[in-house]
Design a binder for this molecule. Structure first.
Ligand code: PEP
Length: 250
């Protein structure tokens, strides 16, 4: 684990999964995190945000959205704004997830605008970056990460309004993970590039690892230098699995 000044965060991204019955998992997660040594968040689909936030109110469990539009309101059919997410009782928003970048053509510039929107609404931005498989094969990983930080992290980022999530695209939902050395090297590189972008506050800014984290590999990944928690997809859908990862971070 990292610097003690950075409290770890374990955040679950439910993606397009979950009906109202899934709120039972939120209830179980809320009950299971008492005394956890990390912050814990769940990002359910938009349809469940309000009820999940009401369920989590007053507990240590944070509820967040998986995306937002950069504008506060307007003619943007199907989108939701950061203000709407805040109004639903949420505390954070994931932006720049590779599935948004790939499926919806989101560029670094769009992600930067979304970060500004998240802060305009007073929420925490969990900003995802990561290389594709072909970029890794081509030896471009570090250059890709540097460019994503330079172009998508606004200069006014602070450790209080930004968490970066390093998610190698090829590791998401595949069961594959980089070696521990590769994760540590990527996180050190991200922190150094972040320091060039936002200055000394980079030392206090959390950098999560995401990509096929599960209870069986969480402890070793979360113990690496500069890894300040995890962004978890598939293993966040069931409270028992997710709580196994939360326990590993403590
Ligand atoms: C994700 O989509 O952010 C993610 C990390 O997914 P998974 O844990 O399923 O690889």
């Amino acid at each position: 684990m990292a610097n003690p000044s950075r409290r770890p965060l374990v955040a679950g991204n439910w993606k397009m999964n979950g009906l109202r019955a899934s709120l039972a998992e939120v209830v179980a997660i809320k009950a299971g995190i008492a005394g956890a040594g990390c912050d814990v968040a769940i990002c359910p689909p938009a349809t469940l945000l309000r009820e999940a936030a009401a369920e989590a109110a007053g507990s240590g469990l944070l509820i967040g959205a998986q995306d937002c539009h950069a504008a506060a309101s307007g003619a943007n059919t199907g989108d939701i704004s950061a203000e709407m997410v805040a109004d639903a009782g949420c505390r954070l928003i994931i932006i720049g997830h590779s599935e948004r970048r790939a499926d919806h053509g989101e560029t670094n510039e769009i992600v930067r605008q979304k970060a500004e929107a998240v802060w305009r609404a007073g929420l925490l931005a969990v900003l995802c970056i990561g290389e594709t498989e072909s970029q890794r094969r081509g030896g471009e990983t570090m250059a890709v990460l540097a460019r994503q930080i330079l172009e998508s992290v606004p200069e006014k980022a602070t450790s209080a309004n930004l968490v970066v999530a390093y998610e190698p695209v090829w590791a998401i939902g595949t069961g594959l993970t980089p070696s521990e050395d590769d994760i540590a090297a990527a996180h050190a590189h991200i922190r150094a590039r972040l320091a060039e972008r936002i200055g000394t506050v980079a030392a206090a800014t959390s950098i999560l690892y995401g990509g096929s984290v599960k209870p069986s590999n969480a402890a070793s990944i979360l113990s690496l230098a500069d890894v300040d928690g995890a962004l978890v997809g598939g293993a966040s859908l069931k409270a028992a699995d997710f709580l196994g990862i939360v326990a590993a971070s403590s």
